[in-house]
Design a protein around this ligand. Structure first.
Ligand code: PMP
Length: 424
């Protein structure tokens, strides 16, 4: 199929189709198929919305049964069986075994909707307007969340001031030797810091769009302790690294902390259906009825898919599978890719891994390699400052042989553009 219908009629704002200019038609597991049957291995997975693979059979069956039965599709936020079953499953599979106690707020369908709700709640609860976010953060592009997103490319089109946010460097991204946490605490304690006490701190425990920057468990625990000492809410944006990608359902578990608010979306519905949700510390739930409202807050099919996804996770032992595959990927990246050249840095957590090429003189190195991967039928995205990091986001369910094939493609593309260091 020709692509000129899109080029002619779709707004210039389109983005991913520029990197992958083919027409996709079908998908199964980790493979995308174009309209003429060409196969691509997907290392982007709907930007993390498809952790369980394309058209996951188990989840699909639940969705088909639901539709076949003429069960309710639109429910505003009325009581429905599908919602009740989702909440029950989420409690049974996740919150109770992890001794977590949260209330659920179903938000508009996308991640940014839930971020807006979290911000509004934190500000209303604390009666403070400032929020601390991290350089390199991506929390969405509607006005409130855009104010928390650091990339100037996105910020410059806000059209209004993006205020009430203070940015500090993420763990490893400050100037040499700079201690963000000491700076943060000073900001809170020094009566001359000039910075308003924040309602909340918001962060991704692994910055995804920001270049796969992994916060250590110790750093997260220390940041959390500062928040507790100073009565600042801790909001974990688990939209991309959550839902099992880190090797546990929630990405903060490794730090032994309990965020006041957790933001979930993307893979929550299990099938790529739009859904977002806040987990709220119960005493923070000071909303009055309908104060924050909307038509699509809890889409029934997403509840059905979300429940099936939790059952699937458990039946498959997905956390253990992610941990096993992650150590295979890490080993491959270190032995076969980082070994090609000292300027390559690899890092990540679970099945979110990055290849940082920012130390090469060629600013387009990552983009060229991603383009080459595409030619070799692997879909991979560039993220980070000036898009210099390749982001690997396979399905958590990817088969071992497909994973191996994808990594070999990556290695071959890197080899093509970087060359091989005199390997002895
Ligand atoms: N937070 C994080 C960590 C994200 O990765 C994203 C999307 N990439 C968002 C928020 C925004 O979600 P959405 O695009 O669904 O609005």
């Amino acid at each position: 199929m020709l692509t000129n219908i899109f080029e002619t009629f779709e707004s210039n704002v389109r983005s991913y189709s520029r990197s992958y200019p083919v027409v996709f038609q079908k998908a199964k597991g980790s493979i995308l198929y174009t309209d003429n049957g060409k196969e691509y291995i997907d290392f982007l997975m709907g930007a993390g919305a498809l952790n369980y693979g394309h058209n996951n059979e188990y989840i699909k069956r639940s969705l088909l049964d639901y539709m076949q039965g003429d069960y309710i599709m639109q429910g505003l936020d009325m009581f429905t069986v599908a919602k009740s079953e989702f909440i029950t499953a989420f409690n049974q599979h996740l919150l109770e075994p992890k001794s977590l106690h949260y209330k659920f707020q179903f938000c508009g369908p996308t991640g940014t909707n839930a971020i807006e709700a979290a911000l509004k709640l934190a500000r209303t609860y604390t009666k403070r307007s400032n929020v601390v976010a991290f350089m390199g953060a991506y929390h969405g592009l509607s006005l409130g969340s855009l104010a928390l997103t650091s990339n100037q490319y996105h910020r410059q089109v806000a059209g209004v001031g993006l205020n009430n946010v203070t940015f500090i460097p993420f763990e490893q991204n400050g100037p040499e030797g700079f201690d963000s946490l000491a700076y943060f605490e000073m900001m809170l304690e020094d009566s001359h810091s000039g910075i308003e006490k924040p309602a909340a701190v918001i962060l991704e425990t692994v910055q995804a769009e920001g270049g796969i920057n992994v916060a250590s468990a110790e750093w997260l625990a220390a940041l959390y302790a500062i928040c507790k000492r100073h009565d600042v809410l801790f909001i974990c944006d688990d939209i991309q690294i959550g839902c099992g990608r880190s090797g546990e359902f929630f990405s903060f578990e490794r730090a032994g902390i309990t965020p006041d608010i957790v933001v979930l979306s993307k893979s929550l519905s299990g099938y790529g259906l739009p859904m977002s949700m806040l987990l709220i510390r119960p005493d923070l739930d000071i909303w009055k009825p309908g104060e924050h409202n909307g038509t699509f807050r809890g889409y029934q099919l997403a509840f059905v898919g979300g429940k099936a996804a939790l059952e699937f996770r458990e039946a498959e032992g997905l956390d253990a599978a992610v941990q096993r595959k992650a150590s295979y990927v890490t080993r491959f990246l270190e032995d076969e890719i980082a070994a090609l050249d000292d300027r390559i840095e690899v890092r990540g957590l679970g099945l979110m891994q990055g290849i940082d090429l920012s130390r090469f003189r060629d600013p387009l190195m990552a983009k060229k390699i991603a383009q080459d991967c595409f030619k070799r039928q692997l879909i991979v995205e560039c993220v980070g400052r000036e898009d210099k990091v390749l982001k690997l986001l396979p399905a958590l369910t990817i088969e071992d042989d497909v994973l191996e094939r994808a990594l070999e493609i990556l290695r071959d593309a890197c080899l093509q553009h970087i060359g091989q260091k005199a390997l002895s």
